[in-house]
Design a protein around this ligand. Structure first.
Ligand code: DOR
Ligand code: ZN
Length: 425
């Protein structure tokens, strides 16, 4: 039988090319890519005028299982991933309980496999219950399938604890994934420290709360010789520090989110708690530094920090609403519209930032289409415009500051392990 994608333009994020090629899939694997494949009883999808890309990879999502299933489940989160063109996601451990044991790591992998919408790579906690007091069992967690270690949602406050984490992760060749936040500086802040916080009379979060911990962890990672990965980088000064560390040969990688590339704290004036996220939306200077860091390679990849909360929780005032909003179903179209359609990035460059680069940094398979590779494929329509409509999200989280935006570059067909898991053509 087999499945044939006919007439599409195949994006290669490694060769940085776009080529008109048919793609033939047999069971779970790509078996042929050629300019013209005759169909012999295959199921044919006409994808002419569309782009055929490797299934996207997001190293930073919150799937909320175990324990917070009113916000999201592995089932709804991976359906949302498929709708966003993603085939692999890394799930953060700040669930209830925290993913700090091998049993929970295995449970998440098995649960995702049961539904089969996308592959989920659990990230295990650095410290037990992410309380910052006692290191988890890195080796057992790694053996169970954890791709890295993070206390995301919180910073590891003790430098000694972070140093021990880096040593343990180094022995396993896995990254320590840093949510950088010095709580003595972020305090009770709810949005960026600056004019907007002053206008709204709410406590601010200094950019230095993030930058200072990034500086600390660069020093520690370099001394230990470990791989440190910085989550959702937002201050201009932090981008500068990461650039300098890379120039000195440190094993540092970093991600940036679509919201930190596209929005500033001004958005809080317009949208209130909808735009409350941690790290917060920052100043225009910071936003521009993030864009420049992405363009010059300082920031290695795009990650969404897909953080679903219930609409009720997010409707509270700025002091009481939780940090975060959803992102996985809109990220590609947002980035396509803002960066590719406006000629700031080429399409192969964007695809590399959302597939090959994260795969390389986190030692994951995939991120490139080739014969013999798993058939994890996203097909994107570059032409049709569509409004961001949270009511149509597969995610349980419906809150996004991008609601109502008109975007192009929407995923229309996602194939995971040879199966069509999303079809909106
Ligand atoms: O905005 C955020 N939401 N930032 C985080 O670090 C955690 C996340 C969440 O879990 O909701
Ligand atoms: Zn975080």
């Amino acid at each position: 039988m087999g499945l044939l994608l006919k007439g599409g333009r195949v994006v290669d994020p490694v060769a940085q090319t776009i080529q008109k090629l048919d793609v033939l899939i047999d069971h779970t694997v790509i078996i042929e890519m050629a300019p013209e494949i005759a169909h012999q009883g295959h199921t044919v999808y006409d994808v002419s005028h569309q782009f055929v890309m490797p299934g996207l990879i997001d190293v930073h999502v919150h799937l909320r299982e175990p324990g917070q299933t009113h916000k999201e489940t592995i089932e709804t989160g991976t359906m949302a991933a498929a709708a966003g063109g993603f085939s692999q996601v890394c799930a953060m451990p700040n669930t209830t309980p925290v993913v700090d044991s091998p049993a929970w790591v295995r449970h998440i992998i098995d649960e995702a496999a049961k539904y089969g919408y996308a592959k989920v790579h659990p990230i295990a906690a650095i410290t037990k219950s992410s309380k910052g007091q006692e290191l988890t069992e890195f080796e057992a967690l790694s053996e169970a399938g954890a791709v890295g270690f993070s206390d995301d949602g919180k910073g590891v406050q003790s430098a000694e604890m972070m140093r021990n984490a880096l040593l343990a992760a180094k022995a396993l060749s896995k990254p320590v994934i840093v949510h950088a936040e010095d709580e003595t500086l972020s305090g009770s802040g709810v949005i960026n420290f600056g004019d907007v916080a002053k206008t709204l009379s709410v406590p601010g979060i200094l950019p230095d709360a993030e930058t200072a911990m990034i500086a600390r962890d660069i020093v520690l990672a370099q001394a230990v010789g470990a791989h440190v990965h910085f989550c959702h980088v937002s201050p201009a000064d932090a981008v500068g520090l990461i650039k300098e560390a890379k120039s000195k040969g440190a094993h540092v990688t970093a991600e940036v989110t679509p919201h930190h590339l596209l929005l500033t704290d001004h958005e809080v004036l317009l949208q209130g708690s909808t735009a409350k996220v941690n790290p917060p939306l920052r100043s225009e200077t910071d936003r521009r530094a993030c864009v420049n860091g992405l363009l010059d390679g300082t920031l290695d990849m795009i990650a969404t920090d897909h953080a679903p909360h219930s609409t009720e929780e997010k409707s509270r005032d700025l002091l009481h609403a939780p940090f975060g909003f959803v992102g996985i179903e809109t990220s590609f179209a947002l980035m396509y519209t803002a960066f590719v359609h406006s000629h700031i990035l080429s399409l192969p460059e964007l695809v590399a930032l959302m597939s090959y680069r994260p795969a390389k940094a986190f030692h994951l398979d995939g991120g490139r289409l080739a014969v013999g590779q798993p058939a994890d494929i996203a097909v994107v329509d570059p032409i049709s415009e569509k409004v961001v409509d949270p009511d149509r999200f597969y995610s349980k989280g419906k809150v996004t500051p991008f609601k109502g935006r008109v975007l192009r570059g929407w995923p229309v067909l996602t194939i995971f392990a040879g199966n069509v898991v999303y079809n909106n053509r």
